[in-house]
Design a binder for this molecule. Structure first.
Ligand SMILES: NC(=O)c1ccc[n+]([C@@H]2O[C@H](COP(=O)([O-])OP(=O)(O)OC[C@H]3O[C@@H](n4cnc5c(N)ncnc54)[C@H](O)[C@@H]3O)[C@@H](O)[C@H]2O)c1
Length: 673
């Protein structure tokens, strides 16, 4: 059957043959067997409602086995036979160009080159799902192929509720993922309701079809490393950055260090992860011996090399060794997966990789004690370095939180002493900031700079080159009149886009990430739309990471630099997505969970197709202006200086914008209380 006919068929009338489990593909871990036998019946009834009753007898035992073996019903049999990758937009069947663009993005997020567990429909982060099962995928693709621009498809956690009448300016698709009644948003609730087949964890860009491979992380990490060096160190040449993790996101660190121009030492306990990054050229050398590492670093410092070194071993040993050898670390961080500390996210010092894997399954309590002991050792060594001038920051991986729970001296009292959480009754702050508090928030988000991105719908490399050139020209023009406050950001982004092709970061669709502020995003999009109307390039799909100025409310990450108490509210993310939807987004999405965990964050995003038309121009201006400025307005109300500056500037350019500004109370007045 042709690709187009296969999509138009949706769920086939006759069942395809069962699919063999392919051991060569990276599969999702077995999920917890959390349902009671009555609940399992409900999960099966839920799964079977996608199929004609005559198939139920065949599918019932098969789905039961999937549930018992994998903890979920993925409906492997329905996985299509055609190759999964983003085709050129013209190759999709359908009546709506917008809907075809969404099909392209869905397939990109399920492409085995892009997705982490492609057969379980997981794009990244271990549980970031595009759909819960293959029936949902097939139905959604069919709806998209059938719909017109006067309909909107409603998708609830992967399940297509259906097509509803709307109008051409409305989104073609509205997605919500994992939205729960707040009291039912604990980790076990995700396990249970996901196993029942009624909700899913969309992470950030997975459930909104906007993941574009690892380049998104590389750009963000480069900005963080560059600014950490600037703020607390000096010239990157010869400066030393020490961190850990060569996994999914953490693996971007050595590449970012090289782009920033410093020496990076990244410890990794898993030889496979280190080898993968080395074979991809993301890290320059692998060193297995601590003495050899110390002398290699000394040489690199002497010669001011730009180099990245993977140390195959535990990061705690690196912190301790460099302290013994008096090797000055300029900036330090940690990207072990401490959001998941007891099941392989963090490997304790003193045990080999294999010993740890054995202990965590055979004696979880003993393993937990080892992890906590290791964290205490790590913090002790870090504290020694920071007393000598190292700038250390938390990389959104719950390092500070878990270290404090482990009894490490990671809080600071009024006199600047390191204290343990157990030693104090006071509400003390952590001794170190998070990367959003110190860098990403005040330097980027408050001014509106965030991870804008686009995908060339033709799939042509030359289109991506042309869009890179257009974006570079726009940013260079805007920089000429940009105020001093944002000159550095503009320069960094121009440098990134100029080097983007050289760094060969495209995996999957022809996509590009580029941090830009509201004006930059609008001007770049407008220039793309004009180039499309002149037929110089094909259609372009715009979007962004949810890890942005406005899309995400997450008190320990994206909104950790909000200090008026409102960081525990989620009004901004909700307003953001509602506003995008009636200002012209092609699709919108809103999620519970992502990055820091289920129940810990609400985040949303959009996709927008540019086709060169006047309507596209109207929509892009209306929507992108709101998409960034609503977040700046909220950050400004929280009294963040950069955001107050940025929103006043936005009001000067747009007379219809009128934002409530905060008044500042004199601290001396408060002291009179
Ligand atoms: N890069 C970013 O922009 C970003 C942003 C926010 C949060 N994070 C967080 O960073 C963490 C890492 O993400 P990931 O996708 O790379 O996870 P991952 O699990 O793929 O990688 C972590 C790596 O750390 C290694 N490791 C664990 N303990 C170690 C130790 N003691 N010494 C040396 N290596 C050790 C593991 O073997 C693994 O390869 C997550 O908690 C994530 O939420 C990253």
């Amino acid at each position: 059957m042709s690709f187009k006919n296969d999509i138009l068929e949706g769920i086939p009338g006759e069942l395809p043959s069962p699919k063999k489990y392919d051991p060569n593909v990276n599969h999702a871990p077995k999920r917890r067997d959390i349902l009671t036998s009555e609940e399992k019946k409900l999960a099966l009834k839920n799964a079977l409602r996608y199929f004609d009753a005559r198939h139920h007898e065949t599918l019932l035992p098969e789905f039961m086995e999937e549930l018992n073996t994998y903890g979920r019903i993925y409906m492997y049999r329905l996985r299509p036979d055609y190759e999964m990758y983003a085709r050129s937009i013209d190759e999709y069947p359908g009546k709506s160009v917008q809907a075809k663009g969404i099909m392209l993005m869905i397939q990109n997020n399920l492409d085995p080159k892009v997705a982490q567990h492609p057969h379980e429909l997981i794009t990244y982060g271990g549980n970031g799902a595009v759909f819960q099962n293959w029936a949902q995928y097939r139905l959604v693709m069919k709806y998209l192929a059938e719909m017109t621009d006067k309909q909107t498809l409603v998708i609830n956690s992967g399940h297509p509720l259906g097509l509803f009448p709307s109008h051409p300016d409305a989104p073609r698709v509205v997605v919500s993922n994992g939205m729960m009644i707040p009291n039912y948003s604990k980790p076990d609730d995700w396990e249970k309701f996901n196993a029942l087949g009624v909700t899913q964890y969309g992470q950030m860009t997975a459930g909104s079809y906007m993941y574009i491979g690892p380049q998104g992380i590389v750009h963000g990490t480069t900005i963080t490393v560059l600014n950490a060096l600037r703020k607390y160190s000096k010239d990157p040449a010869g400066a030393l950055f020490v961190t850990s993790g060569l996994g999914g996101m953490s693996g971007a660190q050595p590449k970012a260090g090289n782009i920033a121009g410093c020496i990076t030492v990244c410890a990794e306990v898993n030889p496979k992860a280190a080898e993968t990054r080395y074979s991809q050229g993301w890290v320059d050398e692998i060193i297995t011996d601590l003495d050899a590492l110390a002398s290699r670093v000394k040489k690199a410092k002497d010669q001011k090399e730009t180099i990245s070194l993977a140390f195959l071993g535990n990061v705690v040993d690196v912190w301790e060794k460099f302290s013994e050898e008096n090797i000055k670390i300029d900036i330090g961080s940690d990207q072990t997966s401490l959001h998941n500390p007891w099941a392989g996210g963090y490997y304790p010092a003193g045990l080999s990789f294999e010993e740890s894997n054995k202990l965590m399954s055979e004696d979880p309590a003993a393993f937990k004690a080892k992890v906590q002991e290791s964290l205490r050792r790590q913090v002790k060594a870090i504290n020694r370095h920071t007393k000598n001038g190292t700038y250390f920051f938390d990389y959104g991986n719950a390092f500070l939180l878990e270290a404090s729970r482990a009894g490490a001296a990671i809080l600071k009292d009024g006199k600047g002493n390191f204290v343990k959480a157990t030693e104090t009754e006071e509400e003390l702050d952590f001794a170190y900031p998070s990367y959003v508090q110190d860098i990403m928030g005040p330097m980027c988000f408050d001014y509106g700079f965030g991870p804008f991105r686009w995908v060339c719908a033709s799939g042509k490399e030359e289109d991506l080159q042309k869009t890179d050139e257009i974006a570079t020209n726009v940013l260079a023009r805007l920089r000429e009149n940009a105020p001093g406050e944002i000159q550095q950001q503009m320069e960094d982004n121009i440098r990134w886009i100029k080097g983007a092709q050289e760094n060969k970061l495209v995996v999957g669709s022809q996509a590009r990430i580029l941090y830009a502020d509201a004006q930059g995003r609008m001007e770049i999009a407008r220039a793309f739309n004009e180039a499309i109307s002149r037929k110089e390039i094909g259609n372009v799909i715009l979007g962004r990471d949810h890890h942005d100025v406005s899309g995400t409310d997450s008190p320990y990450r994206e909104t950790s630099n909000i200090y008026d108490g409102s960081r525990f509210t989620a009004d901004m993310a909700i307003q953001n997505v509602i506003g995008d939807s009636f200002r012209g987004a092609t699709w919108v999405s809103i999620h519970n969970g992502g990055g820091v965990g289920w129940g810990e964050v609400i985040n949303g995003g959009f996709g927008m197709i540019l086709d060169g038309s006047k309507e596209a121009k109207r929509r892009l201006i209306s929507m992108l202006f709101w998409d960034v400025n609503n977040g700046i307005a909220r950050r400004s109300w929280a009294r963040n200086d950069g955001a107050v500056f940025a929103i006043k500037r936005a009001m000067e350019t747009e007379p219809l914008l009128s934002v409530t500004l905060p008044n500042t109370v004199e601290e001396s007045l408060l002291k009179t209380l």
